[in-house]
Ligand binder design. Structure first.
Ligand code: AMP
Ligand code: GLY
Length: 431
């Protein structure tokens, strides 16, 4: 249904959210609350999203056809279709779509492109060198007197980064990526960069190519086990706002990193529209960009959307139309929000699937269970991925939001359910 209420002078639109994770469930949930939005479809969606459309995120032709037929404004969740040019393709068909073009998505799809971009535009980031020859990379390691991180250039599903504690580990990492091709073509070239030891936080803004408005600050928990131990994951939990990003620091990040990125992109002839996510390391009170993402974070999206006190559709539409400066600054609930990721034991490696989840009907005010790796079968909800649910709750303080989220998380169960027990704890020590 796409009609105009003349007297209200706004469109009622349908939305197509592309993706199937917790981030996409949170975006669908928030967008469905807009008075300007009629129906929210999700492709392919998960066991928690409504109006699922069985089209894969890389089947652009079918997605275009669906959006045309159903008069949809489209929102892209994950990075892969953005890197493959979904926004360019929709725009060619005169369809409205929120997200960066293929050229703009290079900030995430090529780490080398992003590092060179930061270097030539004076955006603070770790010192680095680029290699495609393992021998030269080894020689470089021997010449250094600091620890490094070795990164595959291309998209590697969040796994192409090896943080090294010694020269031996760095040399092993070089061979894992360049010689053994552990990440395929994504590892044809590598970046070796200085390891910055500090505190990590996520700073996400929304841009229309000209200006960028900050979203609320947040902090992810990337390692699989408590105390930041074990391998990196997509993220085991997040909270917002984070006291680690003080007002002063937020101002510096907004000016020296976010605005500078958007302006420099424009000067280089690339308009950046969509979410710009800077993964930040803070050392000696100075922010460094570890990586860019060209989309919302997952799970950061879940606590951030829970705190939104504005109509997200308005901001998405203004991003596409280039009219963001005409909107008021987004307003946020003063409460904290915490998202605990419930995963299946074994994640991020192999884990059991198709286990029935119980306890999902218990929902309280100011809390929501976002689905990620779930599917619905005969009215049962089954686990279907590594990160299964994102239990998200508000609270008047960070500690009450943590307790509220864990109280809900405890009520949900399946045989191989597993979660970190210290989400948000790092933030408490800064209050
Ligand atoms: P990335 O995919 O680039 O965000 O890297 C994954 C994780 O590796 C980050 O979230 C950090 O924890 C870590 N990391 C990446 N680059 C660095 C760096 N230069 N110094 C320290 N840790 C890093
Ligand atoms: N949670 C980290 C990311 O979305 O990349």
């Amino acid at each position: 249904m796409d009609y105009i209420f003349e007297e209200k002078r706004f469109f009622v639109v349908n939305i197509l959210v592309i993706g199937s994770g917790g981030r996409e469930h949170a975006l669908s949930w928030k967008l469905s609350q807009s008075s300007k939005v009629d129906k929210v479809f999700t492709a392919p969606g998960n066991g928690g999203t409504e109006n699922n459309v069985p089209i894969n995120v890389n089947d652009f032709d079918s997605l275009v056809e669906f959006a045309k037929k159903n008069n949809c404004f489209t929102v892209v969740g994950p990075e892969a279709p953005l890197a493959d040019g979904i926004v360019d393709m929709f725009a060619k068909s005169n369809l409205k779509i929120f997200g960066p073009s293929k050229d703009a998505a290079q900030l995430e799809s090529s780490k080398i492109w992003a590092k060179n971009f930061m270097q030539r535009n004076g955006i603070p980031t770790a010192r680095f060198q680029i290699f495609d020859d393992p021998k030269k990379a080894e020689d470089y390691i021997h010449s250094l007197d600091y620890n490094v991180v070795v990164k595959a250039d291309g998209l590697a599903a969040g796994k192409g980064v090896i943080v090294c504690d010694s020269k031996d580990e760095a040399i092993a990492a070089i061979h894992t990526i360049l010689t053994k091709k552990a990440f395929g073509d994504a590892g044809d070239r590598i970046i070796i960069e200085e390891r910055i030891d500090g505190i990590e936080a996520s700073y996400i803004a929304l841009s229309d190519g000209n200006v960028a408005v900050p979203m609320a600050s947040s902090q992810d928990h990337k390692r699989v086990f408590d105390g930041d131990n074990g391998p990196n994951t997509g993220g085991m939990g997040a909270y917002s706002p984070t006291p680690i990003i003080t007002d002063d620091l937020a101002k510096t990040i907004q000016e020296k990193i976010i605005n500078k990125t958007i302006d420099s992109m424009r000067k280089e002839g690339i308009e950046f529209k969509g979410f710009l996510y800077a993964g930040i390391m803070i050392r000696d009170n100075l922010p460094y960009v570890l990586e860019y993402n060209v989309r919302m974070g997952d799970p950061e999206c879940q606590p951030i959307t829970m705190r939104m006190d504005f109509d997200l559709y308005d901001y998405f539409a203004a991003s596409v139309d280039g009219t963001l400066s005409s909107l008021p600054a987004p307003s946020w609930k003063r409460q904290y929000a915490v998202c605990i990721v419930l995963a299946s034991e074994g994640y991020p490696e192999s884990y059991p699937k198709n286990e029935e989840i119980s306890g999902l009907d218990i929902v309280s005010d100011g809390a929501y269970v976002f689905h990620a790796g779930t599917k619905k079968e005969n009215e049962k909800v089954l686990s279907s991925g590594g990160r299964v649910l994102g239990v998200t709750a508000l609270g008047d303080s960070l500690s009450s939001a943590i307790s509220n989220a864990y109280a809900m998380a405890e009520k949900i169960s399946w045989p191989h359910k597993f979660c970190r027990t210290d989400i948000g704890k790092k933030g408490l020590s800064y209050l």
